[in-house]
Design a protein around this ligand. Structure first.
Ligand code: FMN
Length: 172
């Protein structure tokens, strides 16, 4: 799919058909994610791929009961690794760049899912501590976002956006 078509056709999908994501598609999605830029190219993030139904159900409970986290066949948990960025960039790296690295990676994954004919929803509302425990309590990592990925069982109209001239400020 052409890039602008991907952007136009991506919507948050919260209903998924009972169909697994093909391993080669998941691999391509993750390879694309790995092309995301990062501060100093340090890639201060880790991705946890959750396919196991019980673990997805636990992630759904940890996400304020958002059931579609369980019904989507794949949940990608993006974690920041602040110490990786702080090693070179100190406080700014640990506090800011690592989180930006993780969120840019999640954005790449989200757009890649659409380009591959799949659907996704970004989940930000969750218990950090519970999600961290569900993915195995990885030392030093902070869950930043969950991306639920699968095949859409619903169609969505584009959601509204703020008017461009209310968010852009030309300082000539
Ligand atoms: C930082 C962030 C956190 C979000 N958290 C959630 C969430 O917890 N649950 C949910 O259903 N959608 C969540 N979303 C999806 C947004 O609701 C959605 O992107 C927004 O309403 C625009 O709709 P669209 O994605 O269809 O364009 C989140 C998106 C972002 C970027």
């Amino acid at each position: 799919m052409e890039f602008f078509d991907v952007v136009q056709s991506r919507h948050s999908i919260r209903s998924f058909v009972d169909k697994p994501v093909e391993p080669e598609k998941l691999h391509q999605l993750l390879e694309t994610t790995n092309r995301a830029p990062s501060g100093g190219n340090l890639q201060a993030y880790e991705i946890f791929v959750v396919r196991n139904p019980e673990r997805r159900a636990a992630l759904a409970r940890a996400s304020l009961g958002q059931a579609y986290v369980a019904s989507a066949p794949v949940a990608l948990v993006f974690c920041a690794d602040p110490s990786r960025s702080a090693t070179r960039y100190g406080d700014r790296g640990g506090r800011l760049y690592a989180i930006q690295d993780a969120t840019i990676a999640c954005t790449y994954a989200m757009l890649a899912a659409t380009a591959l004919g799949m659907a996704s929803v970004w989940i930000g509302a969750f218990s950090d501590q519970q999600v961290w425990q569900i993915i195995g309590s990885p030392e030093g990592l902070e869950p930043i976002a969950i991306l639920s990925v699968g095949y859409a069982a619903e169609q969505r109209e584009p959601s509204r956006r703020r008017a461009l001239d209310s968010i852009t400020h030309y300082l000539d």
